[in-house]
Design a protein around this ligand. Structure first.
Ligand code: SF4
Length: 341
């Protein structure tokens, strides 16, 4: 991608090298318990090896000198990732078996999901798609028309979710080529975008994106992804308020992560900050057991306890639903009712 805009230039100057990261956060490589091999991979291999990747904007929110900083832990490749753990798999939520067409996944009634791009602005170490075979299963310029034809035929659908990777890594032109094609289908009433960009690269929320969102004659939902209150600074707040002003409903989904946000006080602050920025906390996901992520797992008993404490301190609309995705289920499962691990 040749950078054309400020945010694309910021993407090009992302940090992808562990030595640079260590220097920026003023820690030694030993302090970071990092896996150097995983961290300094040739960018050409980035979609297969899931190397270190973080934006300047996000890194500025990491506390210098703190090897346990909750934002740092989310993006730091550690040596622990290489340890084998029983029960962890490459595709923990069954994305591949739910594929309907190239880049089209359907798990639940009434909605389907498009894998729009493999690219993300940051690489979250717990990502359930970190091993996803994007090269075979995603929407491209050539197969978009086939995906749209499939949606047209599936009259039971009323909502299309754009996912990835991160759909907002696409240029506005490419993003709205997809959205506009969807919006023209009469039975599709809602387009939903799952994105971490307003949080990790708020400059992505540019004038053209807001103009195009404002003009859409279809329900619009943007589901962001923030896990810790320190992710929401004033730039992020401004970006979120702009999206809201475009007539878009804003929700957040988080993942419950050991060492990052596994306390009621942290999640309470997150809910309050999100609400100040016009965002409703929607889901708190338990960890999807993807290979390389076991060090983030929080036990169900602790998760339920956290949610109970949150419920006693916040109004119901600020308490996210604690859920787990299970392959083959027709909906996300509430964890309180399925204490199985
Ligand atoms: S931004 Fe989302 S899709 Fe990308 S690595 Fe993070 S969790 Fe995964």
């Amino acid at each position: 991608m040749i950078p054309e805009t400020e945010w694309q230039e910021e993407i090009s100057s992302s940090i992808r090298n562990i030595d640079e990261l260590a220097q920026r956060v003023q820690l030694s490589i030993a302090d970071l318990d990092t896996n150097k091999l995983l961290s300094n991979i040739n960018p050409e291999d980035q979609h297969t090896k899931f190397p270190l990747r973080v934006t300047e904007s996000y890194l500025r929110r990491v506390e210098v000198g703190n090897s346990k900083d909750p934002l740092l832990l989310q993006i730091l490749p550690t040596a622990t990732e290489n340890l084998h753990q029983t029960g962890y798999s490459l595709d923990p939520v069954g994305d591949c078996s739910a594929q309907k067409q190239d880049g089209v996944i359907q798990k639940y009634h009434g909605r389907a999901l498009l894998i729009t791009t493999p690219a993300c602005a940051i690489h979250c170490r717990y990502c359930f798609r970190r091993h996803y075979p994007y090269s075979e299963n995603r929407i491209s310029d050539t197969n978009l028309a086939e995906a749209i034809e499939w949606i047209k035929e599936e009259k039971s659908l009323n909502e299309i979710i754009l996912s990835g990777g991160d759909p907002m890594m696409l240029s506005n032109q490419r993003l709205f080529r997809v959205i506009d094609s969807i919006a023209e289908i009469p039975h599709i009433k809602t387009v939903r975008i799952h994105t971490r960009m307003p949080v990790v690269l708020p400059s992505r929320i540019d004038d053209m994106l807001i103009d195009r969102l404002s003009q859409l004659n279809i329900n619009k939902v943007v589901v962001i992804h923030a896990n810790h209150p320190n992710e929401i600074n004033s730039e992020v707040e401004s970006a979120l308020l702009r999206i809201k002003q475009s007539g878009t409903i804003l929700l957040n989904q988080s993942v419950l992560l050991k060492g990052v946000n596994d306390s009621a006080s942290t999640l309470k602050q997150l809910s309050l900050r999100l609400f100040d920025a016009g965002v409703i906390p929607y889901y708190l996901h338990t960890l999807d057991r993807v290979v390389g992520s076991h060090h983030f797992e929080v036990r169900d008993e602790i998760a339920v306890k956290i949610i109970k404490t949150l419920s006693s301190q916040l109004p119901g609309y600020l308490v996210p639903k604690l859920v787990r995705e299970i392959e083959g289920e027709s909906e996300k499962c509430a964890v309180e009712f399925s204490l199985t691990r």
